[in-house]
Design a protein around this ligand. Structure first.
Ligand code: MRU
Length: 350
C-alpha cells in the first residue's frame, strides 16, 4: 500500500492535508501557485522532499497562467513566481533545489526552441515527484543494511511517506528492512510542538502495521538508559558540506543522548538535501514559527496568554554525533567533508 502525499491531477495539485491527520484523511486541491505557498506555510504539506515536490508543482501551476507570453517575458515572470515560492519556508534545502531545477528546465526548453514551455515544466514537476519515490526506495535499500532483525529504533518527527512523494527517507529505511523480512519495532517521539511524530509517523506506521510505540520527547533519554533503543534514525532538512544536519527541533538533544549511551544515530536524506554551498551548520537558516504552535493546541490555549514564547522549528546536529548519512548513492561516513565532496564529484561527472 502506498500513501499518496501529493499528485498532479488535471492541472491542479492535490495534497493530502497533513494538518487534519490522524483524525481525518482528506485531500485539498490547489488551483494556483498561491494556494501551494499557503499549503507549504501552514504545514498542509511538510517534510523537506515533499516541500520540494510541492514547490515544483506550484511553479508549474504558475507557469500555466503565462502560456500566452513570449518566452522572454514568460521567463521573467516564471522566475518571479519561483522567488515567491522560495519565501514559503527557509530551512528545507529541497525547496530551493526543486525551484532551481524548474528554472533550469525552463532555460533549457527556451534554448532548445521547445514551443510548449508549460508542458515542459509540468512534466519536469511530475518527474521530480516520481524521481523522489525512486530515490527513497534506493535510500531504503542502502540503509536497510544497517538494520538488524529485532532492532528497536527511535525516530523523531516524520520522515516517512508523508514527508516525501512516497515511501519516506528514515521510515523508507525501515520499510525496506521489513520488506527484507527483518522485524523491527519503532519508538516514535511525539515531536513537540506540532506533533509530527504522534500525528503522522504513528499514523503511517499503524496504517502499515509496523509495530510502534509512541513516547513523549522527554522520555527518550530514559529509554536509552534502560537499554530499550538500539538505533536512532531521522531525516534531514538541510545538510551542510561538513555533514552538520538541520532537522526537526529535538534531534540535537537525541544525538547528544545517543553519544552518551553509545547508540548509533543515522540520518537518511537524498542528495537534494545536501547544500554544498554551506560550509557548516552555523550557516543553515533556522525557521522560527508562530508562538501559537507552542502556546496553543488546535486553537486551545495551553499556557497563560502573556507568556513569551520561542519556537525554532529545527536544530543543528553537529556532524560528529552522526554515525552515518544514508543517501540514494550509498552510505556516507566521517569525515563527511571528504565523503560528500567525492560523492559530488561523482555526480557532476555523470
Ligand atoms: O516542519 P516539518 O514537519 O516540515 O519538519 C520536517 C522534518 O524535520 C523532517 O524530519 C525532515 O524534513 C526530513 S523529511 C524526510
Amino acid at each position: 500500500m502506498m500513501i499518496k502525499t501529493i499528485a498532479w491531477k488535471n492541472n491542479t495539485v492535490v495534497l493530502l492535508d497533513q494538518k487534519a491527520l490522524p483524525l481525518t484523511e482528506r485531500y485539498i486541491t490547489c488551483r494556483n501557485y498561491q494556494q501551494v505557498i499557503s499549503a507549504i506555510k501552514d504545514l498542509t504539506v511538510r517534510g523537506a522532499p515533499a516541500i520540494g515536490v510541492a514547490a515544483a508543482m506550484g511553479a508549474a501551476l504558475g507557469a500555466g497562467k503565462l502560456s500566452a507570453l513570449p518566452s522572454e517575458k514568460f521567463r521573467r515572470k516564471f522566475f518571479v513566481i519561483c522567488a515567491e515560492i522560495a519565501e514559503s519556508r527557509p530551512t528545507a534545502r529541497n525547496l530551493f533545489w526543486a525551484l532551481e531545477r524548474m528554472k533550469k528546465c525552463l532555460d533549457y526548453a527556451i534554448n532548445s526552441g521547445k514551443n510548449n514551455l508549460v508542458q515542459e515544466l509540468v512534466s519536469e514537476a511530475k518527474h521530480i515527484c516520481a524521481e523522489d519515490i525512486a530515490i527513497n526506495r534506493k535510500m531504503g535499500k542502502n540503509g536497510s543494511a544497517l538494520i538488524a532483525a529485532g532492532d528497536n529504533i527511535l525516530t523523531h518527527c516524520n520522515a516517512g511517506a508523508l514527508a516525501t512523494a512516497g515511501y519516506g527517507t528514515a521510515l523508507g529505511v525501515l520499510r525496506a528492512a521489513r520488506e527484507q523480512g527483518k522485524k523491527v519495532h519503532v519508538y516514535v517521539d511525539e515531536t513537540r510542538p506540532v506533533l509530527q511524530g504522534a500525528r503522522l509517523t504513528a499514523w503511517e506506521l499503524t496504517k502499515e502495521k509496523i509495530p510502534a510505540t509512541l513516547i513523549t520527547d522527554n522520555m527518550a533519554g530514559f529509554l536509552m538508559q534502560q537499554g530499550k533503543i538500539d538505533k536512532i534514525i531521522v531525516g534531514a532538512d538541510r545538510i551542510a558540506a561538513n555533514g552538520d544536519t538541520a532537522n526537526k527541533i529535538g534531534t540535537y538533544s537525541l544525538a547528544v543522548l545517543a553519544k552518551e549511551h553509545g547508540i548509533p544515530l543515522y540520518v537518511a536524506a537524498p542528495l537534494s538535501t545536501i547544500d554544498t554551498a554551506i560550509k557548516t551548520g552555523a550557516a543553515i537558516p533556522i525557521e522560527e514559527r508562530s508562538s501559537t504552535e507552542v502556546s496553543h493546541w488546535r486553537g486551545v490555549p495551553i499556557a497563560p496568554p502573556k507568556i513569551k514564547v520561542y519556537n525554532p522549528a529545527f536544530d543543528i546536529t553537529p556532524a560528529r554525533y552522526i554515525t552515518a548519512i544514508i543517501t540514494e548513492k550509498g552510505i556516507l561516513k566521517k569525515p563527511y567533508l571528504k565523503s560528500i565532496r567525492s560523492l559530488w564529484k561523482d555526480q557532476s561527472a555523470r
